[in-house]
Design a protein around this ligand. Structure first.
Ligand code: PLP
Length: 408
């Protein structure tokens, strides 16, 4: 007997992160925190081991009137000032496409709306083979199938696999929803080059000859790019999209503002005509109203304030942590190269991923824990969260990891 709807997968979520976080915590209590490397936590942490909460974000937040915090947002698609500022912050003057912005609870809300409202049951979502786990879960919850493209060919994006998988799905369902998590891909830290993006845009246009194409560009980590000045330039390529291609950019305030718990984000819809955008906007608005109604009013207002009147202080504070992230990842990648620990091509972002097949990964993950090193298993690899490891903890880590790998 079961009380939930018939067509739903009832196997429990395979908890690859929180279960290991718990083990790491227990190990710290047993042997002392200084003897444990906890590379599991996917939020930005400082060198002292605490979560980073930017002063430039939370001082203005704490000054917001309690009545503003108490109030509903002014619309199901979000406050007008927030919608405008999200577009300004992410796209600015890089595109002439018609557009709209729907406020969502985090980037999660934007990705979930897209999967739920763009594909019909039984259709297929295309995602990277190494990816944030929620894509697959969202597909499953909507009875949507998943097809994966291989991410890399040597040290660059596997364009051949991307094209093959998209073509196969397109042929079958005459419609395509494809996720590209870029820049700062989670969990490998890869970012596409401008040339790669141009080739993707041209290819999606060719797919559109057979039906509608939606590119879901998940930019959750964009504000930690090591090249902030140019990391949004690729968006200008989207202007070359044909009528039958739409882009949904999933934006997250969680990472950008270190405000994971405030549940604020947005879906930016972009297409050739306002009518095409409006068509999707109507459905997304209804789905938003039917699921979360509206998102936190104060979180939206705070984003607008932080990225306008407070922007200098915010950029300055964030820059300090981007430099720290770079220092940490540079050490890990340099040492990994020196000792021959194979990693996926990292460029920027919160995570580095050690490359291996899944069979080796499972024993390796266990072996690492025996040596008090806690990591997260991902498809074809082991994720090391450089975002939360101190420089001291990172120094020598790659070599230790390689030595443990060699004992298997
Ligand atoms: N996309 C990716 C790749 C992520 O890793 C995450 C969070 O970990 C998200 C989207 C969504 O985060 P949030 O819903 O907190 O904005």
């Amino acid at each position: 007997m079961s009380f939930v709807k018939r067509k739903v997968d009832k196997t429990p979520i395979e908890d690859t992160v929180f279960a290991i976080v718990k083990k790491a915590k227990e190990d710290k209590e047993r042997v002392g925190a200084e003897n444990v490397v906890d590379a599991t936590i996917g939020s930005l942490y400082n060198e002292e081991g605490s979560i980073v909460a930017f002063d430039s974000v939370f001082t203005p937040y704490n000054q917001i009137a309690k009545e503003t915090k108490a109030a509903y947002a002014s619309s199901f698609v979000g406050n007008e000032s927030f919608r405008k500022q999200v577009y300004e912050w992410v796209v600015g003057n890089r595109s002439a496409l018609a557009h709209s912005v729907i406020a969502t609870p985090g980037g999660t809300g934007a990705v979930a709306l897209s999967v739920q409202e763009i594909l019909d049951e039984g259709e297929t979502l295309v995602i990277p083979e190494i990816a944030w786990g929620s894509y697959r879960l969202m597909a499953a919850m909507n009875n949507v199938e998943v097809a994966t493209y291989s991410l890399f060919e040597d040290d660059h994006f596997n364009m051949k696999s991307f094209k093959e998988v998209c073509e196969r799905v397109m042929q079958k369902q005459k419609k395509l929803l494809v996720v590209i998590n870029d820049p700062c891909h989670n969990p490998t830290g890869y970012s596409l080059s401008m040339e790669e993006w141009k080739e993707i845009v041209a290819f999606l246009n060719s797919c559109a000859k057979q039906g509608e194409v939606v590119l879901l560009n998940d930019i959750a980590y964009i504000d930690y790019s090591y090249d902030l000045e140019h990391c949004r330039d690729y968006i200008s390529c989207f202007d070359a999209f044909d009528e039958k291609v739409m882009c949904v950019i999933a934006f997250s305030c969680s990472k950008s503002l270190t405000s994971y718990g405030l549940r604020c984000g947005a879906a930016i819809l972009m297409a050739k005509t306002q009518q095409l955008v409006r068509d999707v906007e109507i459905v997304f608005e209804k789905a938003a109203r039917a699921t979360w109604s509206n998102i936190p009013n104060a979180a939206m207002d705070n984003f607008t304030q932080v990225t306008t009147t407070n922007v200098e202080a915010y950029i300055k504070e964030k820059a300090k942590y981007i430099a720290l992230l770079k220092e940490r990842s540079d050490i890990f990648m340099k040492e990994a190269k020196e000792c021959g620990l194979a990693c996926y091509p990292y460029k920027e972002g919160f995570f580095v991923t050690v490359a291996m097949d899944n069979e080796t990964r499972d024993c390796y993950h266990e072996a690492l824990m025996k040596e008090h090193i806690f990591t997260v298993k991902v498809n074809k690899g082991i994720r090391v969260a450089v975002c939360s490891l101190s420089v001291t903890a990172i120094k020598g880590l790659a070599k230790r990891m390689k030595e443990i790998l060699d004992t298997l």
